[in-house]
Design a protein around this ligand. Structure first.
Ligand SMILES: *Cc1c(COP(=O)(O)O)cnc(C)c1O
Length: 225
């Protein structure tokens, strides 16, 4: 009993197994799917066991929270990459480019402009994903599907950004598959290879439809309050 770690990452092993199974079912190589362990709201002592278990890619949805939590961990554990998966305000682009290795919710010209400036200034090149609002939900961030091609062209031509791929968050009460398929289709016709899609409840479906990055929080860390 004394060997039991109360904070053991009970969910990491099963999630990895499920990702491998989903890849097999889809005829895909598990090496082509990056697991982003979404540690938002969880303190460092819940994150460390997951790092100790070998996980090296983590997701946070707020710049401020990540800034207060991660610098000591990054110092202690080399080789971690941090992904910003939540919305980003243009005035936080500087901090985001400094801290994160990937930014998943690029969705408007003012943010593109701010990111372009900071990337040039800091000489850092985070992976950039454009968020697509596949359900056209008014309260949600992201570019509407019908505006995606023009937005991606502007990212490249007007703001000099090298986009890596697309990200989506399907509407809560709908089957996710059509939203993943639409995101994959927009990526394909724009020559983008990376697809950030799939969360705890639907990552197997996302993998079947081409996800290269799955963002998984509660299945690894437990419920959030
Ligand atoms: C919180 C969050 C996740 C993880 O959600 P879970 O259901 O806990 O896996 C994924 N993506 C985004 C954008 C999030 O904000």
């Amino acid at each position: 009993m004394s060997n039991e770690t109360p904070n053991a990452p009970v969910g990491l092993g099963p999630v990895r197994t499920d990702i491998i199974r989903a890849c097999k079912d889809a005829g895909r190589d598990p090496a082509d799917v990056t697991l982003i362990a979404v540690s938002k709201t969880f303190p460092a002592d819940a994150i460390e066991p997951v790092i100790d278990a070998g996980q090296r890619v983590f997701g946070e949805n707020r710049v401020q929270e990540a800034k207060s939590k991660w610098p000591p961990l990054l110092e202690r554990y080399p080789g971690i990459s941090l992904h910003l998966i939540g919305p980003l305000q243009s005035n936080k682009a500087k901090e985001a480019v400094a801290l994160f290795d990937a930014i998943h919710a690029v969705d408007r010209p003012s943010l593109c402009e701010a990111l372009g400036k900071e990337i040039a200034k800091q000489g850092r090149t985070p992976l950039l994903f454009a968020e697509i609002n596949t359900g056209a939900e008014p309260q949600k961030a992201g570019v509407l599907p019908q505006d995606a091609d023009a937005f991606l062209a502007a990212c490249r031509e007007r703001y000099g950004l090298t986009m890596s791929g697309l990200m989506c968050i399907p509407p809560q009460n709908e089957a996710p598959a059509p939203h993943f398929a639409l995101t994959a289709k927009i990526a394909r016709r724009n020559g983008l290879a990376q697809l950030s899609m799939g969360m705890s409840a639907d990552f197997a479906t996302a993998i079947a439809l081409g996800a290269t990055h799955v963002r998984i929080g509660s299945a690894i860390f437990g419920g959030r309050h």
